[in-house]
Ligand binder design. Structure first.
Ligand SMILES: [Zn+2]
Length: 245
């Protein structure tokens, strides 16, 4: 399972693009980074993406989605397959609003006709197969709701988890269990950060609680080392195998 970090920075960070993660070149988790350009640098294409998962509706996780949909709507590519967009309740309405506010009803209609995304409403406890991956969802606590953490598992049983944005909560803890790699937000470094985020001491505690899971710190306001963890940077690409193999 290959993970490519498109954006490792927090909402107002200058140390990396906003959130975006690519799994196997086909699954996109969050759309804050300038995805269309970065997927080319990752030697793939937005037309290869079959599943987009939104963790929540903040701008740094979603504002590039209209450009992805517009690019697919107007591309002269006939091989693009079905696109599933999964997210919290309200995702369809949120995406429609983004398209309409960003580009107007004409582009929204082009997307509806030429892309025709299929929406999957996800919520706490959802455990579904989407685009060939098992997707498990856990509600987390953030400054906007609803917000979800995801665990994405491939056909070989390899799992990558994504915290989204979250303060310490039960849903976050449940989302880590069993993951081979957990992409964990670490917005704060020296102390608690307002807005429903984690900071380094809390992440260090989660690592102690989950010794079988590798942690990749992301959504960073600044970049520091944390013993035992990987620290993300934009365009970092990792091949993830199961801890059992
Ligand atoms: Zn964020």
């Amino acid at each position: 399972m290959r993970l490519t970090v498109l954006g490792s920075g927090s909402a107002f960070s200058t140390c990396g693009c906003n959130a975006g993660y690519l799994v196997d070149g086909r699954v996109l988790v969050d759309c804050g980074a300038p995805v269309p350009a970065l997927v080319r640098r990752a030697a793939t294409s937005i037309h290869a993406i079959t599943l987009i998962l939104l963790t929540h509706f903040h701008a740094d996780h979603s504002f590039t989605l209209p450009t992805i949909l517009g690019a697919r709507a107007f591309a002269d590519v006939t091989s693009a397959g079905m696109l599933v967009i999964g997210g919290p309740v309200g995702t369809r309405e949120y995406v429609s609003r983004l398209l309409g506010d960003g580009y107007g009803s004409h582009i929204r209609n082009e997307v509806d006709v030429n892309v025709a995304p299929v929406y999957a409403v996800l919520q706490d406890g959802s455990d579904v197969e989407l685009a060939g991956y098992r997707v498990q969802s856990h509600a987390v606590v953030h400054s906007t709701g609803p917000s979800l953490a995801y665990r994405v598992t491939d056909a070989n049983g390899v799992s990558i988890g994504f915290s989204g944005d979250s303060e310490m909560c039960g849903g976050l803890r449940r989302s880590i269990a069993g993951c081979d790699l957990f992409v964990c937000e670490c917005t704060g470094w020296d102390g608690p950060t307002p807005g429903g985020h984690l900071w380094s001491d809390e992440v260090a505690g989660l690592m102690v609680e989950n010794p079988g899971t590798r942690f990749l710190l992301s959504h960073l306001a600044e970049r520091h080392p944390l013993p035992g963890a990987l620290v993300a940077h934009d365009m970092l690409s990792l091949e993830i195998s199961s801890v059992a193999t």
